[in-house]
Design a protein around this ligand. Structure first.
Ligand SMILES: Nc1ncnc2c1ncn2[C@@H]1O[C@H](COP(=O)(O)OP(=O)(O)OP(=O)(O)O)[C@@H](O)[C@H]1O
Ligand SMILES: [Mg+2]
Length: 368
């Protein structure tokens, strides 16, 4: 099957800096340019989902942010608590009996629930499936607020290797023998290292657990090609020639240190950031301030209020300048883009405002 690989923009940064909002804004700005865009939030923000008119769900949904982009802007915001069933549902699509068996397998349920990265893996598989089913020009991926957030880009390749390799088939074969009633405790039945490992499994696991584990691998062996294909698609999205990384930061807390850390991490993944967004750092005086200032002489109360606004803007601007200088020292000459604080309570209004602020920088952030 030939899959159109869109340009993927991954937004990463420290906690609370505005990654999710910026991702949505970037997606909206691209949709305003006539592109078909899917924005994916690995870490869904309920308020934003609501503001964009989408559900936290495993399905790709049309986003409703602005009438002009209807039909071009889509969102995928999977629910982290549903990862375990979703993973199985995707892999065993069209195989209801196998799916039912996996969803009853205690080893699957325990392993999937315990796997720390399960939600990221499920999100990547959902993305790969979305890209197989629908053509997008751009994919904007919002990541979790963690210094480990970028580790997920190497999961697909590692998982594909695992599933393409012999381990899953071999463990699946072990399952067949267990189910056929062969005694895996008898190393004489199998040759060499394989037999020793199987005998070791049999010694350390209860017969019940061994059966469940072996059954799980037998079931996974049925869908290993499907899984490997989805993993390869998400690998090409994240690490292929059209993958782009954008760091998001803001003048607060550890945001700068987080951005510098993630920049170095990208280097270790052989990727580099195309730009750093300094959110809430472009605090140029809004035009209405000047209008009010002209009216102020006849109205002293406004004069005092305006002085306070000026002071607040100056303080914010200085914080933005310090952030900018720190980043220059920490990561060198990476393009810096300063975006303003949008004074609004409605997250959809903030997304629309930020999209406008980002529009002049689309070539830097999204250019092919
Ligand atoms: N430029 C901005 N102007 C005004 N409000 C903003 C701006 N950027 C973000 N916000 C607001 O700040 C809050 C945090 O933003 P957001 O959820 O996008 O951050 P995040 O980095 O994704 O957070 P987390 O690390 O928790 O995932 C939200 O209420 C959002 O509406
Ligand atoms: Mg977020």
């Amino acid at each position: 099957m030939s899959v159109h690989i869109p340009t993927t923009i991954v937004c990463a940064g420290g906690g609370g800096v505005g990654k999710t909002t910026t991702s949505a804004a970037l997606a909206l700005a691209l949709a305003r340019k006539g592109k078909t865009v899917l924005v994916v939030t690995v870490d869904p923000a309920r308020r934003l989902a609501h503001a964009m008119g989408v559900e936290i769900d495993e399905k790709v949904q049309p986003a409703h942010v602005e009438p002009e982009v209807e039909g071009r802007l889509f969102a995928l915001m999977p629910e982290p608590r549903r990862s375990t069933p979703t993973f199985a549902e995707i892999l065993f699509e069209g195989r209801p009996d196998d799916l039912a068996r996996v969803m009853k397998n205690p080893v699957y349920l325990t392993m999937a629930d315990a796997a720390a990265s399960m939600h990221e893996i499920v999100s990547l598989i959902l993305i790969a499936r979305a890209v197989e089913q629908q053509r997008f020009d751009y994919l904007v991926i919002d990541t979790a607020p963690s210094r480990n957030a970028l580790d997920f880009v190497s999961y697909p390749g590692r998982l594909a290797v695992l599933f393409e390799g012999r381990a899953v088939s071999w463990l699946g074969g072990l399952a067949r023998r267990v189910n056929d009633g062969e005694d895996v405790k008898d190393p004489g039945m199998f040759a060499g290292a394989q037999a020793r490992i199987e005998a070791l499994f049999a010694r350390i696991l209860s017969p019940r657990l061994l059966r469940d584990l072996a059954q799980l691998f037998a079931d996974l062996a049925l869908v290993k090609d499907r899984f490997a294909q989805l993993a390869r698609t998400s690998e090409s999205l994240l690490l292929g020639p059209r993958a782009r990384y954008v760091l998001v930061t803001a003048p607060s807390g550890s945001a700068m240190a987080d951005a510098i850390f993630l920049h170095k991490k990208l280097g270790r993944l052989d990727q580099r950031s195309v730009g750093v967004i300094l959110n809430r750092s472009d605090e140029s005086p809004p035009p209405w301030l000047e209008v009010l200032r002209k009216a102020a002489p006849g109205w002293p109360a406004i004069g005092t209020a305006l002085e306070q606004v000026d002071l607040e803007l100056k303080t914010r601007r200085r914080a933005g300048d310090r952030l900018s200088d720190g980043l220059k020292k920490g990561i060198g000459p990476v393009t810096q883009l300063r975006t303003p604080t949008i004074e609004a309570a409605d997250p959809a209004v903030i997304v629309r405002g930020l999209a406008t602020a980002l529009t002049p920088y689309l070539d830097t952030l999204a250019g092919r």
